[in-house]
Design a binder for this molecule. Sequence first.
Ligand code: KG4
Ligand code: ZN
Length: 384
Amino acid sequence: MKKNIKILAIETSCDETAASVIGVENDRPVILSNIVNSQIELHTKTGGVVPEVASRAHMENIIPVITEALIQASNKLQVTSYKDSNDSKLGTSNYSEAIKVLQNDITHIAVTNGPGLIGSLLVGFNAAKGIAYSLDKPIIPVNHIEGHIYSAFAESDKEIEFPLISLTVSGGHTSLTLMKNHGEYETIGQTLDDAAGEAFDKVAKLLELGYPGGPVISKLASKFRSRKGKLEDREGIVFPRPILNNGTFNFSFSGLKTAVLHYVLGIKKEREITEDDKEEICAAFEDAVVDVLVTKTMRAVERFEPKAVVLAGGVAANTRLRSELVYRIQITDNSIKFLPAPKNLCGDNAAMIGLAAYYHIQKKNISTWKDIEINSNLEIGSST
Ligand code: KG4
Ligand code: ZN
């Protein structure tokens, strides 16, 4: 009898150690478990990810995280965050039970093979390769950006319509991708320097707001907007919109970060920076990033006339970005579907890798442990 597809997916490209099991119901992939062990606390101390520290933490966590994903899948539980469930359980799971699930139920292994930090990628990649080798299971290498795009299809029970445009925005990437079918990608724009999330993180660092920067900047920005009415009669800060009108779909955020730095230094020359200053700077910075991202995405929509627009990656959790993009799509052509990734799947996770792998399996795009490769600069649409 042909076994039902059950994919064990592994993702360790940056600072989350993640494993997930994807099953199939009514011919659609479903998430049976989704475990994410975040290293945020480790990296808060340094205000960003230190690659060596990240890979060592992956080494410690990879087996317990995979084990937990297998156990939860076998119990048909759905938990989205290891931290939220119970951190103290890490390491005390039932390994022999997990190995049984691996041997008897899992039909395919999926793993991120790039892009990302090489020391981080290697941990998940070699774990996946070792499992595929020892149990003689097929393996599917998945591009990390491709995974982010597929996170947007997680809750959709409809057929995915092509072509679509994806704006993928995270701490490591900012790209506009034209997707003509499953597995067919064309990168039409990307960042020339910092990624959007990186800009959020760097601005938060210079305002001494901690890491990661996105959520805290967004919170302060909305605080400012709610008290803005009283400040109506004075000029607000307007930061530059880098390369907005250069005729390409590319992005650049490092000049924006420098503009924020100069503004902060200007205040500090005269006086202490206040909480009110910080809130206003956050709002003006967020406005600039969102304006550039949304304007370029809408230009791509006009040019390529997609049936859907996907918004994915860590920065896709940003409320202002989500609401601005959906508004602009609706007033342009309300037949275009807006597919934002569910908020719990915006950050790095392994469910998105398993979801992408499911479609590779449908296309018989399957490898063995002998012929998969890793590439820290892997481009979407290329296999190595
Ligand atoms: O996708 P992700 O978890 O990791 C990478 O692949 O990089 O994205 C993390 C990034 C961080 O830079 C973080 O500051 C940003 O996503 N981020 C946000 C928000 N939540 C997370 N940026 C803006 N607004 C948010 N609400
Ligand atoms: Zn990511």
